[in-house]
Design a protein around this ligand. Structure first.
Ligand code: C5P
Length: 297
């Protein structure tokens, strides 16, 4: 028997980052929007834990116990006193090390797939708890839609969204490590007072109204200067998207994927074409959101 779970990517429409905490993490006001690029995780009963991956970026995905999908299976098995005797296959479409929560998606997907396969009957709260243990962005991958993440991003408040937002994503030639980007954020902020991160009222209103122009006026990413400092060529991609008429251009999360907000699907096509022709990125994808979180298919 097998169970397959589909899990979306995310873009951060606001990522406000506070000063480094004593534990090394940063308090965030992190507004997540789930968008229609998906990984699929299939769990099949097996003699022992095994992870495989297919897709254009599959070669960059670790298949050992550092993979969040493997860790999810191990944590759930440990809680329920059983073996993690499962083959997890990841059909990967979300860019790897891209700032779109691809690894987190696989963690949430594997958790829900194993939970369903094993019939553990874990409550939603228990699953969210395990997600938070796996990583700061993993609870959102389970929940989907749109949400404000506080704490290190794992404490979620679901948000109302009044319509679909159309995005174009430009994938970069190489990845960026999230810890490295946070370290660069700390380095750039040395000697400055970093304000407490707070969600923007205007941005939450724009989401609630489904108003793309108002959202474009309020998106922000405090990690963007750090991502640009480590990957200066991203400025060319951002400029190409702006020149093509994107309402907003920003780095997605810790990057290096860049995200461009379009007024509608047709304008998104035009921006995607211009970005492809610009030669400033490896690949271009279109996706709209919000979409549901991890779902058994
Ligand atoms: O929680 P997760 O393991 O996904 O985080 C990866 C890394 O990103 C952390 O080790 C830390 O360096 C950084 N991070 C942070 N503050 C957060 C979330 C992540 O500094 N709120």
């Amino acid at each position: 028997m097998s169970v397959t779970v589909r899990v979306p990517a995310k873009v951060n429409v606001q990522l406000a980052v506070g000063a480094a905490r004593p534990d090394g993490y940063h308090d965030l006001a992190n507004v997540f929007l789930a968008v229609g690029l998906h990984d699929e995780v299939t769990a099949t009963a097996a003699d022992e834990l095994r992870v495989t991956c297919a897709g254009p970026d599959a070669g960059q995905v670790p298949l050992d116990r550092t993979n969040l999908a493997a860790r999810a299976a191990l944590l759930l098995a440990e809680r329920y006193g059983r073996d993690a005797d499962v083959h997890l296959h990841i059909a990967k479409d979300i860019p790897v090390a891209g700032g779109m929560a691809g690894g987190s998606a696989d963690g949430a997907g594997a958790l829900l797939a194993c939970d369903t396969l094993w019939g553990t009957g874990a409550s939603r709260e228990e699953l969210l708890d395990i997600c938070a243990e796996l990583g700061s962005d993993v609870p959102f991958s389970l929940v989907g839609g749109a949400a404000l993440g506080t704490g290190r991003g794992e404490r979620l408040t679901e948000l109302e969204v009044g319509g679909a937002f159309h995005w174009v994503f430009a994938m970069a030639a190489r990845g960026l490590s999230t810890p490295a980007v946070f370290r660069e954020f700390d380095r750039l902020g040395q000697g400055r007072r970093i304000p407490e991160p707070v969600a923007s009222r205007e941005l939450l209103d724009a989401l609630a109204k489904g108003d793309a122009d108002a959202l474009a006026a309020t998106v922000s990413n405090d990690l963007q200067p750090a991502a640009l400092s480590l990957f200066p060529e991203l400025a060319d991609t951002l400029a190409a998207g702006r020149a093509a008429g994107a309402l907003a251009s920003l780095v997605s999360g810790s990057g290096p994927t860049t995200a461009f907000l379009a007024r509608d699907a047709e304008e998104a096509e035009g921006i995607a074409g211009a970005l492809r022709a610009s030669g400033t990125c490896r690949d271009v994808r279109m996706a709209s959101g919000p979409v549901p979180g991890a779902t058994v298919v």
